[in-house]
Design a binder for this molecule. Structure first.
Ligand SMILES: Cc1ncc(C[n+]2csc(CCOP(=O)(O)OP(=O)(O)O)c2C)c(N)n1
Length: 554
């Protein structure tokens, strides 16, 4: 740190530096001025000033999800802290490491009714792994370390630290130094567990693998691919697990967890044993793959699952995912497992859907065409953030994904509007890759103010808006459940003029063939680019009808 440490705020910054923090996202307020000023004087940490604290939390959320190092966001007390909550909860429910630090009223008035006071520790508790307030300068080295340790260790999540205004300005005790992280060792599953899992898999007639977020998060997609290659078991991923087995692999069956019975479900209907790797119950309801609670389940993850009737695992292998797969692979002896050929059929059904969309020249554009063009515009390891809405359903189902953590969604919480700020966090994590936020017009208007942040901070934000003048997913659900819809339609600004008013490039897709060239142009140019693309969501109900009438014995 290139500043002198005189007070708690400056010491906290030296702790953040020790943790390897590169960015802090936030908005200053009267009560955290010293912290923000100290960050500004650090030569290792860049303060990214945002326009809404919610966006700061989403930036930290996605930065943490991609890097495994906690994203850090900060705000003032009361309203600023409360505005952080949605992104903090999103990180927690998607197992992203995040540390939120806010101001709090001073200890001189924290015990009584006073201006802007809210019990922030209690407010953050249900959406974090750990939430506390600093009561004395001497506790700061331990409390900051604890916030990072708890956020980053498996299962990762969010933590919260409140710094009272008077504490922030206090002197640190002489000789205080930041604590360093201790070396963490990977945990092995038990030998008995491995043997039981091996027996179950050898006895299986139709085993299937379900790969979840844990595989991506812990960097174990190679270990999974090696296992799949050796034992020839078809794999469906969760939305969060997209890309852990490349969709080019002949055993990749696509994504499981869609709201209706999708192609992949047929493989699960037939399966007798599910090898579940890195799946978290928060990803989707296991009743979708095990409605009668009669499948044998082997659970591999860094933590044991919560109790669920439809996910009552027969064997739980708790430990490092890569080590577990390697140990299981060894115990199985090397001969491929019994398999069924369903994955090819499922793959060709998905491929057909995408290809027919790709060649559909109608306007407004079919969702399938937009998905195909996004794929065509991006490289294998480029990152797309698919926001919550009907758009997420189309992207999750159809977007072929070739590498882990390259198609990001908000899953546990499924919040709208994370993708635009999230794209800024992603670009800071991977400046060399293209990053594209794909969002509905409803979500875009919830956090579009961060276009200004992107321009000011010189972060090349790229956004594709699917325009339907409506909260499309809710309209879709109302039509499905009620046969009609209401209170879902709205008007929009002229998105091109809107983008230009910030100093960004604005594009409007006025025919189907225009989308791909515009996407390529936007991705290749410097600066911020916003693309508005009208979408034909009459496809939503057609998809449901099609899936509802599907009967494809594998
Ligand atoms: C913050 C938040 N508010 C409300 C919802 C409920 N919700 C889920 S999707 C959706 C509509 C999204 O509309 P839009 O962003 O335009 O995308 P589309 O569905 O049209 O693709 C709503 C209101 C939510 N998930 N998150």
């Amino acid at each position: 740190m290139n500043i002198q440490i005189n007070n708690v705020a400056e010491f906290i910054v030296s702790c953040l530096e020790e943790e390897g923090v590169k960015y802090v996202f936030g908005i200053p307020g009267e009560e955290n001025i010293k912290l923000v000023r100290a960050i500004d004087r650090s030569d290792k940490i860049r303060f990214i000033l945002v326009r809404h604290e919610q966006a700061a939390a989403f930036m930290a959320d996605i930065y943490g999800r991609l890097t495994g190092s906690a994203g850090v966001c900060t705000a003032t007390l009361g309203p600023g802290a409360i505005n952080l909550i949605l992104g903090v909860a999103d990180a927690q429910t998607d197992s992203s490491p995040l540390v939120a630090i806010t101001a709090q009223v001073g200890l001189n008035r924290i015990y009584k009714e006073s201006h802007q006071i809210v019990d922030l520790v209690s407010l953050f508790k249900p959406v974090t792994k750990w939430s506390d307030v600093v009561l004395t300068p001497a506790s700061v080295p331990e409390m900051v370390r604890k916030a990072f340790q708890a956020a980053q260790e498996e299962r990762p999540g969010a933590t919260y630290l409140a710094i009272p205004q008077d504490i922030e300005a206090m002197e640190m005790p002489e000789g205080a130094i930041p604590l360093t992280a201790s070396l963490q060792h990977k945990k092995m599953p038990t030998v008995q567990g491995i043997e039981a899992a091996s027996r179950l898999l050898r006895a299986a007639k139709k085993p299937v693998i379900m790969a979840g977020h844990g595989v991506a998060r812990t960097g174990n997609s190679n270990a999974l691919s090696a296992f799949v290659e050796q034992y020839q078991v078809p794999v469906a991923t969760t939305f969060m697990g997209k890309g852990v087995l490349s969709d080019r692999h002949p055993l990749a069956m696509g994504v499981i967890g869609f709201m209706r019975h999708d192609y992949e479900n047929f493989a699960f209907d037939e399966a007798d044993v599910i090898l579940s790797v890195g799946y978290e119950l928060q990803e989707f309801d296991p009743a979708r793959i095990n409605p009668n609670a009669d499948k044998k389940i082997i659970h591999i993850n860094t933590f044991s699952p919560d109790t669920d009737k439809h996910y009552n695992a027969d064997v739980v292998l708790e430990g490092d995912i890569g080590l577990s797969l390697a140990a299981l692979g060894k115990a199985l002896g090397g001969e491929p497992l019994a398999s069924f050929s369903g994955s090819n059929k499922i793959r060709s059904l998905l491929q057909e859907e995408l290809e027919s969309g790709q060649n559909d020249a109608r306007f407004p554009l079919k969702p399938q065409r937009i998905v195909a063009d996004i794929r065509a515009a991006l490289n294998d390891d480029d990152i797309v953030l698919a926001d919550t809405g009907a758009i997420k359903m189309w992207m999750a189902r159809l977007y072929p994904t070739y590498a882990p953590l390259t198609c990001l969604i908000s899953n546990g919480l499924s919040t709208m509007a994370f993708s635009l700020p999230g794209a800024l966090g992603a670009k800071l994590a991977y400046p060399q890759r293209n990053v594209l936020a794909v969002m509905g017009d409803g979500s875009f208007m919830m956090n579009s103010q961060e276009i200004e942040t992107a321009i000011r901070e010189n972060i090349p934000l790229k956004v594709l808006i699917w325009v339907d003048d409506s909260y499309g997913l809710i309209k879709w659900k109302m039509d499905m459940e009620e046969g009609a819809h209401s209170s879902v339609d709205f008007g929009n600004p002229d998105f091109v003029k809107y983008a230009e008013s910030f100093g960004a490039s604005g594009y409007y897709v006025d025919r189907a063939e225009a989308l791909l060239p515009i996407l390529k142009q936007a991705l290749s140019e410097e600066g911020v680019s916003i693309i508005a693309c009208p979408v034909d969501y009459s496809e939503n109900m057609k998809l449901i009808e099609k899936l509802g009438s599907l009967t494809i014995p594998l």
